[in-house]
Design a protein around this ligand. Structure first.
Ligand SMILES: C[S@@+](CC[C@H](N)C(=O)[O-])C[C@H]1O[C@@H](n2cnc3c(N)ncnc32)[C@H](O)[C@@H]1O
Length: 395
């Protein structure tokens, strides 16, 4: 019998994979036991249920052999444009990498992704291990890949992002100037292409998506992998699906899925999660770790609301907006703020004629007289909505 899309199969993936059509899968994510040489057991918080799987092996060789035959099969199941991601840790990661090179081809090795997270632990001799590794291979050079962009880091210099840089006669990088000596703005940048170190929080004990399966992975991690190499409607396969994290992520993202696990409890749990897919949100991931100590979140959400890019290292500029007249730096004024002081700050910050227009985004109704005074005195635009800003830019 052939495995159907959107199904969860109970059994050893070695046999179950044979029921999957050759060259039919877009992404295979494997999160097998890691060679920890122990039994993984976790009870639900209310003690009603307990899930377990074994990670005991006769030898490292037998473990690598176990994976090897299953990866060979996975390779057959991938479309020529497909990709494989294997999740492991320091226990056997380096041996796995060598085996993967042999089976999938070194030329198809794309990335070693480091999934890093914060954790607390009693001190023991040695370094605290706070990452796991995900090896990313494509089936061929013609693999699907969707570039993802990350926000600029808070330490990024806003001048460097916004201004065109060229090399001078000494081959030194300098900011390009126009005939009037003003800086020239660079083409729009989408952010920094996603790197191979992913800071994604571990599921906390109270996370909504947590189902108390040992070594359960966060949906956010799978979200990212799925977004990188698949499109809606594609098929995602997880031969060691455990609690079904990959399947739930795929379902939420409108991809088809096939899950396999040899534990009946894991299959039941996956099916249950799929009936009501729940994903926890991560404040930390949405806003970035630095947002916890930097900007006021009200300012950040105001910048986001108008579609601006947050500027972190600049006292006078909270955000940058792409508009019909080019980039417009703006400062957010909250009710209770000293608006004159804000006007001075932004005027100082962008005084070098870098920008044609600068603005104050007021989050409350500013008196008309005050608006006029500030606009004339500081040559600023005061606005409370995006359409008001566009209108004033056109004048
Ligand atoms: C690390 S867990 C997967 C956790 C999963 N990613 C999650 O987020 O819940 C590994 C899973 O592999 C399963 N497993 C171990 N050997 C297997 C095999 N030969 N075939 C299928 N599943 C297997 C175990 O039952 C366990 O559920």
């Amino acid at each position: 019998m052939q495995a159907k899309p959107d199904s969860v199969i109970k059994g050893d993936c070695l046999e179950a994979l044979n029921t999957v059509a050759d060259e039919s899968i877009d992404l295979i994510y494997l999160d097998p036991p890691f060679f920890s040489q122990r039994e993984h057991i976790l009870a639900k918080r209310d003690g009603s249920e307990e899930f377990r799987f074994s990670d005991n092996w006769e030898s490292l060789n037998s473990y690598i052999q176990f994976l090897n035959v299953r990866i060979e099969l996975c390779k057959k199941k991938l479309k020529p444009t497909g990709s494989l991601f294997l999740h492991c840790d320091r226990s056997a990661g380096h041996y796995i990498k060598v085996m993967l090179d042999e089976v999938l081809g070194r030329e198809n090795f794309q990335s070693e992704i480091i999934w890093t997270y914060r954790r607390w632990s009693n001190s023991k001799k040695g370094l605290l291990s706070n990452h796991q590794t995900i090896f990313f291979y494509s089936k061929s050079a013609d693999f699907k890949f969707n570039q993802i962009f990350d926000a600029y880091s808070p330490s990024t210099n806003v001048d460097q992002i916004m201004q065109l840089r060229v090399r001078d006669f000494r081959n030194k990088t300098v900011y390009q100037k126009d005939n009037n000596g003003d800086s020239v703005l660079a083409a729009e940048k989408k952010g920094v292409p996603l790197g191979d170190v992913w800071d994604i929080p571990f599921l906390n004990p109270k996370a909504k998506e947590r189902v108390s399966y040992p070594t359960q992975k966060p949906i956010l991690l799978l979200d990212r992998i799925i977004s990188l190499v698949t499109h809606p409607g594609d098929i995602v396969l997880d031969p060691f699906c455990g609690s079904g994290t990959t399947l739930v992520a795929a379902k939420i993202m409108n991809r088809s899925y096939i899950g396999i696990d040899r534990s009946g409890d894991a299959v039941k749990l996956s099916l249950k999660r799929l009936q009501n897919p729940v994903k926890s949100s991560s404040k930390l991931l949405e806003k970035g770790r630095d947002s916890y100590r930097k900007n006021n979140s009200e300012i950040e959400s105001a910048v986001k609301e108008v579609g601006g890019v947050t500027v972190q290292r600049n006292k006078g500029i909270d955000g940058l907006l792409k508009t019909e007249v080019g980039m417009v730096p703006f400062k957010v004024v909250l009710s209770g703020d000293d608006i004159l002081n804000h006007a001075q700050l932004i005027s100082k910050s962008s005084s070098k004629n870098k920008f044609k227009k600068r603005a104050l985004f007021a989050r409350y109704k500013v008196k008309t007289g005050e608006v006029k005074k500030i606009e004339n005195e500081f040559n600023l635009i005061v606005f409370t909505t995006l359409s008001e800003l566009s209108e004033k830019l056109r004048i």
